[in-house]
Design a protein around this ligand. Structure first.
Ligand code: HSE
Length: 401
């Protein structure tokens, strides 16, 4: 196909791990009909791998440049990213973004902006790095058979858990390594406390089900308080611990969303997803389960995903948000019963959680743990308090929806 006339002349925001890798990927992709024209950076004094004239520090040098038809936004700051995206789209430029927080938080506004401006906004790199999950949910799963999306969506926490399980490296060392390898966010609490996976499942819920769910309505917890006792428990019972995000259709047309560590059995597809890899299990009526696997973090895998959005623009591709347009999207619910493992230090820590039933209770000199049944709604009510306590919660399964 000759798409010479649709060359993507790129204004790039951000030249961190992903931005620099994207430049490398574009330069090494012979068929990519794309060229980085200008790069806007925050710090002009930092040593860079490209000639100085490629860089600028003023947003409008890109927004007002008529030669640039595509803005690629790869910065950390969600507030500044939103400004860039809005200005670019209002100036008639399409945008490729990787900013999960911005997308998950401002989805409605961004949907409207796409309609009003006619500009496209693509963001496959925002969820699961190199795995083409968003475009698949849009295009292949463009019907209403989808029942659930479950997965390991955060590469850094998976990397940390793999190191702790397989090499007995401690949490702090594993996190340092994830930062050195360029997997972690600039603020790594976003990775280990579950925020990053939460943003990603909110985005996937929009493309998989058409549902708009806000962070306030969702329970999430992370791995920052995992300890040797939890790893020992998992090992003894044949589990691995993974940070899992799940969007599950329940009660006919409702959607339950949550992010929580999971005690994963050997029989589950995600059991063998290790290191910075991500794995997404798609479940639907009539086809049961499908599994997508690939690198979820790191400069080159994420840069490749951004390149795919850039080349999609040479064909004028845009998201249609088909589930919203053609179906009645399921509305959010937290009326779901989970089986959980809860390890805590003080007897009063147990009182925080409104268990419907406790099936096992163990005490040692240093800590306690219980296994019991609790509603997602009950967890959501104490979410922020729980996330500030030195306790560890993991689920094994959805008992009843
Ligand atoms: N910090 C993210 C992760 C990067 O570890 O998955 C990719 O979104």
């Amino acid at each position: 196909m000759n798409h010479t006339n649709n060359k993507q002349k790129i204004g790039l925001f951000g030249f961190g791990v992903v931005g620099e890798s994207l430049h490398h990927v574009i330069t090494n992709s012979r068929a990519a009909n794309a060229e980085v024209v200008k790069v806007c950076i925050r710090d002009p004094h930092k040593k860079r791998s490209l000639p100085a004239e490629m860089f600028c520090t003023e947003k409008n040098e890109i927004i007002d440049n008529p030669e640039i038809n595509l803005v690629v936004e790869l910065i950390d700051d969600a507030g500044k990213a939103l400004e860039i995206v809005k200005d670019a789209m209002q100036a008639g430029k399409s945008v490729v973004s990787g900013n999960k927080k911005m997308l998950a938080t401002h989805m409605e506004e961004l949907l409207e902006l796409q309609e009003q401006s006619g500009s496209a906004l693509l963001y496959d790199a925002s969820a699961c790095g190199s795995i083409p999950v968003i475009r698949n949910l849009e295009e292949y799963y463009d019907n209403d058979l989808l029942l659930s999306i479950t997965g390991i969506l955060n590469g850094s926490s998976n990397y940390i858990l793999s190191r702790m399980f397989n090499e007995e490296v401690d949490f702090a060392q594993a996190l340092d390594r994830a930062r050195e390898m360029g997997f972690a966010e600039a603020d790594p609490s976003l990775d280990i406390e579950g925020h990053d996976a939460l943003y990603k499942i909110i985005i996937l819920a929009m493309h998989g089900f058409g549902s708009r769910v806000s962070k306030d309505e969702i329970f999430f917890s992370g791995i920052s308080h995992i300890g040797p006792a939890d790893i020992r428990f998992a090992r003894e019972r044949g589990y691995r611990i993974k940070l899992v995000a799940q969007a599950q259709k329940v009660h006919h047309n409702k959607l339950a969303l949550f992010v929580m560590p999971k005690l994963v059995t050997r029989a589950e597809y995600i059991y063998n997803v290790e290191d910075e890899y991500n794995g997404v299990v798609i479940e639907g009526e009539f086809y049961e389960k499908q599994f997508m696997f690939g690198k979820g973090a790191g400069g080159f895998p994420t840069g490749s995903s951004v390149l795919s959005d850039i080349t999609a623009r040479t064909h004028n591709y845009r998201y249609e948000y088909k589930k919203r347009k053609y179906f009645s999207p399921p509305s959010p619910t937290n009326d779901v019963l989970l089986e959980v493992y809860y390890r805590y230090r003080f007897t009063e820590d147990l009182l925080l959680l409104d268990f419907e039933e406790i099936t096992e209770h163990h005490s040692t000199r240093d800590y306690f743990y219980v296994i019991g049944h609790i509603r997602l709604g009950a967890l959501l009510q104490v979410r922020d308090k729980l996330n500030n306590m030195k306790v560890f919660l993991a689920f094994t399964r959805i008992m009843q929806a």
